[in-house]
Design a protein around this ligand. Structure first.
Ligand SMILES: [Zn+2]
Length: 312
């Protein structure tokens, strides 16, 4: 009952002030465990496994993975900073500041919080903030693009792109992958339903996110080079499955960054952040019909064309 009240109180307090959120000004859940930086762009990034807080009131989780995805909180903040520097606008950012030994926000509630009331409330807040962020983006731009940002320790140093298909799914033939069974299960379903490209093209064609990242020097899978990921491979977890719903106009993916050259040093995080932002600048107009800054494609094209017209 105590927990229920806390959640209700949180919901009331939060919803009554939702319209007062200021882009770039962080708001926090209980005890600052979860941070939400409201934005004004169609991009929402969540970082569930980069937290470092280890409050004694929450016992350590006793099952499941408890290791931090090192420096992913910092990587998420760097990506947000690069976009702000380039556009003058803020993305929506949701950061779990609790260490994964206390809460795994990318699991269902039972595995995530393992019965602890404080951890359960933080989990509720994490997902409520993601919902608030996505709803705001949809209100403003008709679509939200959600990236759940992680770091993997697999031997192959590539970025793993999780669209909710595992390696075995991706080994299926193109014809099968383009059928509704796979499309309906895909985090890209919203895009597929509006695109001239096929599901397979969006997963690993020349205009896929993997292709665009590889063109900027960061190996990725699935992509034209590695159409089927070698195992182990992360397919995308609870957060993407819960929030990326075509009928809610939310699409996106889980991005798993390898450590060397991407998130090991501040310099490398900045380099990867710039490459990812450049990738998204190309990806958004092609597949979402808006620029990363939220402008309709036609305007963007007009401005590019205008800038190419010689002065009279
Ligand atoms: Zn993770």
């Amino acid at each position: 009952m105590k927990l229920l009240c806390a959640i209700v109180v949180f919901g009331m307090v939060f919803s009554s002030h939702a319209e007062d959120l200021v882009p770039g000004n962080s708001v926090f859940g209980q005890r600052n465990f979860i941070e939400y930086v409201p934005g004004e762009l169609p991009l929402v990034i969540a970082a569930p496994h980069g937290g470092r807080l280890t409050p004694a009131e929450i016992p350590n989780r006793t099952s499941g993975v408890t290791d931090i995805d090192a420096n992913t909180q910092e990587l998420a903040r760097t990506i947000a900073a690069v976009i702000h520097a380039e556009t003058g606008r803020h993305i929506h950012l949701v950061v779990c500041r609790l260490h994964r030994s206390k809460l795994d926000a990318n699991r269902d509630l039972a595995e995530a919080a393992q019965g602890n009331a404080l951890a359960e409330q933080a989990w509720q807040e994490h997902h409520a903030f993601i919902e608030t962020a996505c709803e705001a983006a949809v209100r403003q731009f008709s679509v939200a693009f959600l990236i759940d940002l992680h770091g993997h320790g697999h031997a192959d140093p590539r970025v793993e792109l999780g669209y909710l298909h595992n390696a075995l799914d991706l080994a299926d033939c193109d014809e099968a992958l383009n059928e509704s069974t796979y499309v309906n299960a895909s985090s890209l379903r919203w895009i597929v339903e509006r695109s001239d490209l096929s599901h397979v093209d969006l997963l690993r064609g020349p205009l896929s996110l993997g292709a665009l990242l590889e063109a900027r020097g960061f190996p990725a899978t699935p992509s034209p080079r590695m159409r089927v990921p070698t195992e182990p491979f992360f397919r995308g977890g609870y957060t993407i499955a819960r929030h990326c719903k075509a009928d809610k106009n939310i699409t996106g993916l889980q991005i798993e960054a390898n450590r060397p050259r991407l998130r090991d040093t501040a310099e490398n995080r900045l380099r990867f952040a710039k490459a990812l932002v450049s990738t998204l600048r190309e990806y958004f107009p092609k597949h979402l019909g808006i620029s990363l800054s939220g402008e309709p494609k036609s305007k963007e094209c007009q401005r590019v064309q205008a800038s190419l017209t010689p002065a009279q």
